[in-house]
Design a protein around this ligand. Structure first.
Ligand code: FES
Length: 174
């Protein structure tokens, strides 16, 4: 499993710098602004890179760890950039009973990441989702908004193989 988010890109670093340089025109330096500032930063950047959190802590004159604690406490905040493909494993009751945990473990093992992480090549990010209303197809994984039912660890392999083949074709044609 990877311990760190993928490295920040130049484009993201530019967004972080722009956000931090304009922060005082939108927000006052009050600690109670921490959550709104984090929400705005995530909207602008796509997630909350380390560099953004450090800059926000400096702006509010609070310890870095306080910002990090808030970001890791609330599910709405992302420490990892979005992947090209989003994998969401349903953990609603029917899917949980139907083997959702086994399916989540299969995705984690195959992708080499944990829940709420992104692969180092930024191809996939992994998370759970609440019931998506397709319980008869349990266990379900939603891939890029498309519901895939009756998922098994073997199907996880098959789906990833499909993406690998697609990538290979793309790299050969470019
Ligand atoms: S519990 Fe997974 S679709 Fe309903």
């Amino acid at each position: 499993m990877t311990d760190f988010p993928p490295e920040i890109t130049k484009e993201e670093m530019g967004k972080v710098s722009l956000f931090l340089s304009n922060i005082n025109s939108t927000f006052s330096k009050e600690r109670s602004n921490l959550i709104p500032i984090l929400q705005e930063a995530q909207n602008r950047i796509g997630y909350l890179p380390h560099e953004a959190m450090l800059g926000i802590a400096e702006f509010l004159d609070i310890p870095d760890i306080d910002v990090y604690s808030v970001v890791t406490f609330y599910n709405q905040f992302r420490l990892n950039p979005p992947g090209k493909h989003s994998i969401r494993v349903c953990m609603g009751t029917a899917c949980h009973v139907g083997g959702g945990t086994v399916i989540m473990d299969a995705w984690k093992r195959r992708l080499g990441i944990d829940k709420r992480q992104t692969t180092p090549d930024r191809e996939f990010d992994l998370d759970t989702v609440a019931c998506v209303g397709c319980c008869a197809m349990a266990p379900v994984t939603v891939i890029d908004e498309e519901v895939q039912g009756k998922i098994s660890p073997t199907r996880v392999d098959g789906i990833l193989l499909g993406y690998q083949i697609e990538r290979k074709k793309e790299s050969q044609s470019s």
